[in-house]
Design a protein around this ligand. Structure first.
Ligand SMILES: [Fe+2]
Length: 251
């Protein structure tokens, strides 16, 4: 069982797959990457796209039907990539989707150029309500890029982190590759996901990413990331490996 917890595979909902045909090509790409389960996470509340839970649920049912008709061995589960906004904690019990209906894990995207002042407070409130926030691709945030300790602080307070496969294997340039490797070394990564949008331009790349982790880090790292993603599907909690502060090192 191999799980991707962040991607834009559902057709026609956001800037991901544009049509059912494109979504099927992306699904084939997912299978070629060894994936068996995909938590689809269309953008939500990001200023451009709104994808209410019912819309996502319906799209998942449709897409699963199509996949089974075409005999593609892949199961899609619902989710959202929720852009950080003020009333997430209040909306959690009604409007928002947890990943794979786990009632535990939610995927949160921060702006790329800053970290809003209310971020710590919102993430804390989410946790008080019994949910675990997963911060999507922090490597794309300018503040986290400059100050890794800020990410450490969030992880130290119970948030989890997902990095994107393409960043780690260097598809997005050397700086992001170096940065994401550093996050791994400091135990600030809990999931590696595809954030796939398109079967050619932004494909899954998870096979390459896991292979890279295997070579540069260890098989245990690969197991850790893939097991963590399974926990998301099952809605079970796991004990993250304690993060290492940047203050104690010369990094
Ligand atoms: Fe995404």
């Amino acid at each position: 069982m191999l799980v991707d917890i962040h991607n834009h595979i559902l057709p026609g909902l956001d800037d991901g797959a544009k049509s059912m045909e494109e979504a099927m090509l992306l699904a084939t790409n997912a299978v070629a990457n060894g994936m068996t389960h995909i938590i689809a996470t269309p953008h939500h509340h990001n200023g451009k796209y709104m994808n209410a839970s019912s819309v996502v649920e319906d799209a998942v049912v449709n897409f699963n039907k199509e996949l089974s008709e075409k005999a593609i061995p892949l199961q899609i589960l619902p989710g959202q990539e929720i852009h950080l906004y003020n009333s997430i904690p209040q909306d959690l019990d009604k409007d928002l989707l947890t990943l794979a209906n786990s009632r535990k894990y939610i995927l949160i995207e921060l702006p790329t150029n800053h970290i809003p002042t209310f971020t710590f407070d919102i993430l804390f409130q989410i946790q008080l309500r019994g949910y675990i926030p997963i911060i999507a691709h922090p490597e794309r945030n300018m503040v986290f890029r400059k100050d890794k300790q800020k990410l450490y602080d969030l992880v130290n307070k119970g948030s989890l982190v997902q990095i994107t496969a393409s960043s780690l294997i260097g598809e997005k340039g050397r700086a992001l590759k170096k940065y994401t490797k550093k996050l791994i070394k400091h135990n600030l990564v809990h999931f590696i996901s595809s954030d796939s949008h398109h079967y050619v331009r932004r494909p899954f790349l998870l096979k390459d990413a896991y292979q890279y982790v295997r070579e540069k880090f260890s098989e245990d790292h690969v197991t850790y990331y893939s097991e963590n993603a399974k926990h998301v599907i099952f809605g079970t909690v796991f004990q993250p490996i304690p993060p290492i502060s940047f203050k104690k090192t010369r990094d």
